[in-house]
Design a protein around this ligand. Sequence first.
Ligand SMILES: *Cc1c(COP(=O)(O)O)cnc(C)c1O
Length: 312
Amino acid sequence: MSQSVNLFTHAPIVPNRFIAEVNGISIHLKREDLLHPEVSGNKFRKLKYNIAEAISQKREILLTFGGAYSNHIAATAAAGKISGLKTIGVIRGEELGKDLEKTLQENPTLRFAHVCGMRFHFISRSDYRQKTSEAFIEELHEKFGNFYLVPEGGTNELAIKGCEEILLQGDAEFDVISCAVGTGGTISGIINSSAEHQQILGFPALKGDFLKSEIERFSKKSNWELIPNYHFGGYAKVDRELIEFMNDFRSNYGVLLDPVYTGKMMYGIFHLARKGYFLKNTRILAIHTGGLQGISGMNEVLKMKNLPPILT
Ligand SMILES: *Cc1c(COP(=O)(O)O)cnc(C)c1O
């Protein structure tokens, strides 16, 4: 194995940033997107102890799962490159493997992962649904050897341990902590390290009510709630209003949001603040979980739908 460097011991501490006062509510941002240029936001937190575990088990390969624009795929590919581990991405969408050149040309996420050295295994949507079955994982082991498996979205016990490091001691001054929710790993870590008086609000980026039980499985407290009405139609769905909100946010505060997660969460926070959901003088800390690598891929999709681009 090549020399490994532990990028995770060099996590900078990024100060919280005041964004706006809306209807007597003050909104601050924790810029986890600034942790690392390639392993961004919550994916940095989620990979930290998994990579350490893979190295201590002397595995040379990380294998994980994701969609074609997945932040987790991009982050795992980069983290593998930096840590001296090979990476295999099992990607949803058999058709993407038919002409790899074309796929790489069209898809900035997979192009980035490819340049980091990730090897792809493209599978059908129905096979993809098997991704947690023992037989399917056994097959992957026969094909790819003794890899360390990181689940889709990176969520497992070690990922949650990493996400417990998002909140710092000084953050106890906030009344509300908010974050976007995909698999629920990030919010579970945040809940675990929150103070009793704090309310944790999660904004699911997708439809469905399976998330609540996932979070209950990983977190020990009950000071949290999911706000289900800001998914904009489902995972990776966007509309003109969301894009305009994100572009205004960028020009007002100089911060980019991503269209799949943080844009929707921030839209939700502003919307709730304006309609009087929070008590006066509430102090909110919204977690910017990163994901900015997904903007260019989304802009390709928006072009085809005749929607305006997300400005960068
Ligand atoms: C993956 C991701 C999330 C969702 O995190 P979970 O731990 O899966 O809930 C949120 N925000 C961004 C930017 C992400 O990339």
